[in-house]
Design a protein around this ligand. Sequence first.
Ligand code: BES
Ligand code: MN
Ligand code: ZN
Length: 500
Amino acid sequence: MEISFDRPRAIQDGALVVGILDGGKLTDSAAAANKATDGALSRAIAVGRFKGQSGQSLELLVPAGTSATRLILAGLGKAEEFGAAAAERLAASIAGRLLVGGEDVLSFRLDRPKKSPLSEAELAAHLAFGAMLRSYRFDQYRSIKDEERPTLKRVVISTPEAAGARKFWTGLSALAEGMFLARDLVNEPANILYPDEFARRCAELRKIGVSVEILDVPAMRKLGMNTLLGVGQGSAHESRLVVMQWNGRRGTKPAKRSAPLAFVGKGVCFDSGGLSLKPAASMMGMKGDMAGAAAVTGALHTLALRKARVDVVGVIGLVENMPGAAAQRPNDIVKTMSGQTIEILNTDAEGRLVLADALWYTQSRFAPRFMVDLATLTGAILVALGGEHAGLFCNNDELAKAIVKAGAAEGEPVWRLPLGDAYDQMVKSKIADMKNIGGPHAGSITAAQILQRFVNKVPWAHLDIAGVAWQDGEQKPLVPSWGTGWGVRLINHLVDQYSD
Ligand code: BES
Ligand code: MN
Ligand code: ZN
C-alpha cells in the first residue's frame, strides 16, 4: 500500500474521511463537506446515534455536491484522549472496512483537535501507520477470489505539516516492515520454515547492513551447546543458531561506545512436545513457537532500516522439537554450555533448554548492557494473563521499568511476575544440577528460574509471550493476522531509551 502526505486540498477523490468531535460537533473539514453536500452530514448525525464517539463512524455513499465517492465521518472522541493509539485504531478500522470494498484511494482530512497530545505531524504519521498495519495479509498459499482481492492502493493523509509527517513516517514505516517480517515468520507453516530456512531469511538482512552469522550443528557442538542440540536431535531438520548484529554506532569513538543491547529469541519452529508428545489439540499453533525469534529478527530489520543510533545484537536458537528415533528421552541428563547439567523430565519443556545455551553464549561473547529474551515459553502464562499482557521477569528494577513503559506506550503491555529463591528450589534435581520442570504450580515462574540460572551479573529480562504471539479469537484492529508480530514495537521503543 502506498502512503503519501499532502497539504489539505478542497476537493478530494475516492473515499474521504473527516472527523467529528465528541458530542457531534463538526471539525472544519467536516463543516466544509457539510456545506458542499447541502447539510448531508448534519442531517445524518441528527437521525443516527453517531455523535463522534471514539471508535465509531458513519458512511455516506456518493454524496451529491462533492467529487468524493464516499464520505466517512470518523468519531475522534475526547480530544485529550486522541493520541497515537486512538489515531492508529481509527485509521486501521476504516482502512480495514475499505480494503476490499472497491475503492482504490482513501484520504484522511481529520483536523487535529486542539487538545490532542499529538502534533500535526505525529497525528498524520500515526494515521498512516494504523492504515498500514491493517493492510497486512498472509495469503500467498490460497487462491483468492476476485471479490476478496484488496482494491485499496493508496492512502493520502492531508496535513498542514506534510514534511514533518514524512520524517515521522520514515521511522514508522520501518517499524511496520519489521512487524510484517515477524508476522510472516510466525504465520509460515513448519514444513516451509524449518531452522535452516529461518536462518536463510535472517541472512537476507545483510542487504540492509545487518551482519549475520549462522552456526551449524558442528559449530554448536564445539561450543558445547548440548541442551539446544538435544532439543533438535529428534528432528530431520538440523538446528541453527543465528547471530545478528546491527552496529548503528559504527564510527563512534570506542571509548564512547558502550556495550551492545542484546535480544535473545526462542525459535522452536515446531513444538510437537518431543517424546513427551503433546495431545493433538495442544499441538495446534505450535508452528508459532518461534515467535520470540521472529520478534528479534523483525526488530533488527526495523533498526537497520531506520538506521537507529544504537548497537544491538540478536541471537536466536532455531530448532524443531520432534519425537524421532534420535530424540532425547525423559531422564536424559544433558550438560549445558555453561557446564551446569539438566535432568530432562519432560521433553516438552524445551524452550528453556534452547535459551539456556543461547543466553549463556550471548552474555559470554558480548557482555551486553542488558539482555532481554522473548519466548513462547509456557502455557501457564496464558492461565495467568490471557492474551492481554506478556509476562515479565527481571533481575533489575530499572530495566523492568523501561520495559513496562515501552510496552504501555506501544500497545504491547507486559505484567511483571516475581522471581525468588523459593521458586528456584522447585527445579532442584537429585542427580543433576537442576531438572527442566518444576512442580504443578507457578509454571511460568519456575521456567524463568531455570533461565536465570544461565544469567550472571548482567541486567536481564525474560518476556513470556505465549499468550500474545498469535491470536485465535477475534482480530485486533491493528493485527489482521494470526501471527501478531508482538515484541517488535516494544523492542524498537526500548532501544531508543538507550540510544544517543
Ligand atoms: N511452546 C510451549 C508453550 C506454549 C503453550 C506456547 C501454549 C503457546 C501456547 C512450551 O514449549 C511448552 O510446551 N511448555 C510446557 C511446559 C511444561 C511441560 C512444564 C507447557 O506449558 O505445558
Ligand atoms: Mn514444549
Ligand atoms: Zn515450546
